[in-house]
Design a protein around this ligand. Structure first.
Ligand SMILES: [Zn+2]
Length: 274
């Protein structure tokens, strides 16, 4: 059994370019990803809609819309959510059976909830939410280098719907999660069987097409060295096992392939799928 995949663009945002590229000098990253006059680079919050025999699965939930004007301004959060993207495909959020979340930072899990008369409620009332046990625990204990990314408003209202996973785990037939530590301790990648071969959502292991080199890891990572090792491992498996990668924050083409770089065989480079 295989899944069909649709890409959902849940809204753009901008984060500090230095934050997104960590120790990489600005003179290198600004050519790849030109910053605006606040030094922020353009990012998308890409989500996936998976369907198989009437079952609907959402991968990631984006930022959502519970933001003040001030917060929206800081991150240039677009006034658009994953629910808008689903409705454009005539899918009602109540039809979603499962949601898989890579990790619980605001730009991945904020869209799990919306405000109803000022109170946060789950956007997907009939869904089971799949998260690593480690991530759920760390998020609820607010163990992060960013102080305002694990927000109670997107955790508490969904607690009763969460099913936690420990390590590599099957979610449904043809759909599995694997630990992808570094950005957070409990981040997971999502592995999907499709008729065209495996598609993997590596989340913030490889946020954009410009994050392929091993050292291009984020200043937001809880363990940068671990993040680097996870990425080297993911990209070498992607090249060897011919995965298609679906990039979570890429504003351009979302689906890419990893290839060996003839000039630097230990590295992989990413190219958009035709
Ligand atoms: Zn992110």
């Amino acid at each position: 059994m295989t899944w069909s995949i649709k890409i959902l663009r849940a809204g753009t945002m901008r984060l500090d370019g230095g934050g997104m590229f960590g120790v990489v000098p600005k003179t290198m990253w600004e050519r790849l990803s030109p910053p605006d006059d606040h030094n922020r680079i353009l990012l998308q919050t890409n989500c996936l809609l998976l369907e198989q025999s009437g079952t609907k699965v959402l991968v990631e939930a984006g930022c959502g819309d519970k933001w003040s004007e001030k917060e929206r301004g800081i991150y240039a959060i677009e006034n658009r959510t994953v629910v808008d993207a689903l409705q454009e495909l005539n899918v009602d959020p109540s039809e979603i059976d499962h949601v898989v979340i890579s990790h619980l930072h605001f730009d991945h899990a904020g869209g799990l909830t919306r405000l109803n008369d000022g109170n946060p409620v789950c956007c997907f009332p009939n869904a089971t939410l799949h998260i690593q046990h480690q991530e759920w625990k760390d998020a609820n204990e607010n163990r992060a280098v960013m102080t305002r990314t694990y927000l109670p408003t997107h955790l508490e209202p969904v607690a009763s719907q969460v099913q936690t996973h420990t390590g590599c785990s099957s979610v449904l037939e043809g759909l599995a999660v694997e630990p992808a530590p570094g950005h957070t301790w409990g981040q997971q990648s999502v592995h999907i069987d499709t008729a065209d071969g495996p598609v993997v959502f590596p989340a913030d292991v490889v946020p954009t097409i410009n994050h392929a080199p091993p050292a291009f890891v984020m200043a937001y990572d809880i363990e940068p060295y671990t993040a680097m090792q996870t990425k080297v491992n993911v990209l070498s498996r992607a090249a060897e096992e011919e995965w298609t990668l679906a990039l979570g924050h890429e504003p351009g083409p979302v689906l890419v392939r990893a290839e060996s770089d003839p000039e630097r065989p230990e590295r992989r480079r990413l190219t958009p799928c035709p």
